[in-house]
Ligand binder design. Structure first.
Ligand code: MTE
Length: 338
């Protein structure tokens, strides 16, 4: 994640240092630095799939479990009114997926080496129906819904992305949670052959990447399991084939390439909380009134930006989803539970 944000209204890509690099500096005084280049992006090609409303090419080898579902997809099931959708090129070339490197372009450069077929997900813990499920079986009972959500990174940039998926709550219901299910823990695949950071001796992250939600957050209808975006299957750099999207929380909660979902009694360990607990909390709700210790969270830079516009706007409480989710946190001190 980012550092050196002297003033949130001027957070240029060139001023950003990825968090692992920052932490390695801070902890080991290593002389590592990585600038992040913003991208000037070419136009989009013609859509290939008639079922998709987007002018974005789909890969030739989209899996049948996905294409079979597209004709019945519910487009714009949730929308963001009056805010432009981020161009596909930005959403797929300015990414955080630290398994593939610390720079924003690393995931697009390297994640295609990640094998995503076949894919299975373990569902375990406090459920009546634990098991290892193929991706096809997991997706099969669900109608795909398009959810156009804001994505607000804790680094103070944001996008608007049209995801395709189904509510996590429906998946959890099928596993039949038992009384001990108080939290949901998630894990990303651990594929050292494909993920350079997992082979590195200098990585600060204790892999696999892990995240978690409280049970009521996981069951909230806005919480999505995404399998596609822009009317097509997810790109590897965005977390193919299955990722979480929790639109009212900072982006690091939206864990990618999930292989394990555990229903547990205790609040689970999470990657960023482990790495820097004073900076990244378990809740990580977007909150313009609670700054990150090293930068303001009051404003955000909506991508794409260019030389003439930094495209800075005010950050909204719960990322604009307060009407839907504020009640989940009633009575909680959000400065303490950040
Ligand atoms: N999931 C995994 N496994 N590894 C990561 O490094 N980064 C998180 C989140 N999910 C991350 C992850 C962060 S910090 C953000 S902001 C979002 O993914 C970015 O999602 P995007 O690249 O699709 O925009």
């Amino acid at each position: 994640m980012l550092i050196r944000l002297p003033n949130a209204s001027r957070c240029l890509p060139s001023e950003i240092t990825p968090e692992p690099v920052y932490l390695s500096r801070r902890r080991f005084m290593a002389a590592a630095a990585a600038g992040v280049a913003g991208s000037a992006l070419p136009g989009l090609a013609r859509a290939r799939d008639a079922a998709s409303p987007y002018d974005v090419p789909a890969p030739d080898d989209q899996p049948a479990w996905f294409t079979d579902k597209l004709p019945q997809a519910q487009w714009k099931a949730v929308d963001v009114r009056g805010e432009a959708i981020t161009p596909f090129q930005d959403a797929t070339h300015y990414n955080n997926f630290y398994e593939f490197g610390p720079d924003k372009g690393d995931p697009a450069d390297h994640a295609s080496a990640m094998p995503t077929e076949p894919w299975s997900v373990v569902i375990e813990g406090a459920v009546a129906k634990p098991g290892t499920y193929s991706l096809e079986d997991l997706v099969q009972p669900h109608r795909l819904e398009e959810r156009i959500y804001r994505l607000r990174c804790v680094e103070a940039w944001s996008m608007v992305i049209p995801w395709l998926g189904f509510p996590l709550g429906k998946l959890i219901e099928r596993a039949e949670p038992t009384a001990g299910a108080k939290y949901v823990a998630f894990q990303t695949a651990q594929l050292p052959e494909a993920m350079p950071a997992l082979r590195s001796r200098f990585s600060l992250i204790d892999w696999p990447y892990r995240e978690g939600l409280r049970m009521d957050e996981a069951m909230h209808p806005l919480t999505l399991m995404a399998v596609g975006m822009y009317g097509r299957v997810l790109e590897p750099q965005n977390g193919a084939p299955l990722r979480l999207v929790v639109p009212w929380k900072y982006g690091f909660k939206s864990i990618k390439s999930i292989v394990r979902i555990s229903l547990v009694e205790q609040q689970p360990y999470t990657t960023w909380q482990d790495l820097a607990p004073q900076e990244y909390g378990f809740y990580a709700n977007v909150n313009p009134q609670v700054d990150h210790p090293r930068w303001s969270q009051a404003r955000e830079r909506r991508l794409p930006t260019n030389l003439f516009s930094t495209n800075v706007r005010d950050t909204l409480m719960f990322n604009g989803y307060a009407d839907e989710v504020a009640s989940l946190y009633q009575g909680m001190d959000l400065r303490r539970y950040y």
